[in-house]
Design a protein. Structure first.
Length: 173
């Protein structure tokens, strides 16, 4: 479990698949910049997704407010122990929480935990260029733009760049 002054992040459980969670996944505004927008999410598909993390090095986390435990989003971590890398994904699903710094707070606590994790030498994240909120989160957390895949995806029928950011763990010694 990870905590910040306002948030708690814990492993996502099947019981966390609620109507509110499914509404986030099926909300075109929430998934506008995600490839999740191409799927219709159900309780069954969500249970399968949660189960896909079992027995892996990867993590699926529920982000809740510390004050009342209300779920506001999710984070994913895909680790590659063979390469010493981890990739973070983030969704603040509760639109009432947008613009309040929760995304940056959650991102930073996950990023910092990964950089302290034994064997992790590099943490990455990516987003579509129009997702300026996510770009700001990665840049404010100290990540640097590592690569651009020009006109890689279509959003609202327009080609957009995918931006990939990275931060290396401090060398030990």
């Amino acid at each position: 479990m990870l905590t910040t002054p306002r948030l708690r992040l814990r492993p996502f459980q099947p019981a966390d698949i609620t109507a509110a969670y499914l509404n986030w996944l099926n909300d075109p505004m929430v998934t506008r910049f995600s490839n999740q927008r191409f799927r219709t999410h159900t309780a069954e598909s969500s249970i399968a997704y949660v189960a896909s993390f079992a027995g892996t090095h990867n993590s699926f986390l529920l982000i809740t407010e510390r004050c009342d435990g209300r779920p506001i989003g999710t984070a994913t971590v895909y680790r590659s122990p063979q390469h010493g890398t981890a990739d973070i994904g983030l969704m603040v699903g509760d639109r009432q929480c947008w613009g309040k710094g929760y995304g940056l707070e959650a991102w930073q606590v996950v990023l910092e935990a990964l950089l302290r994790e034994h064997g992790i030498r590099k943490v990455t994240g990516g987003t579509a260029r129009p997702n300026q909120a996510m770009v700001r989160i990665m840049e404010q957390s100290g990540m640097e733009l590592e690569a651009v895949r020009a006109c890689q995806e279509l959003i609202d029928g327009q080609p957009v760049d995918l931006l990939y950011y990275a931060l290396f763990a401090e060398p030990s010694g």
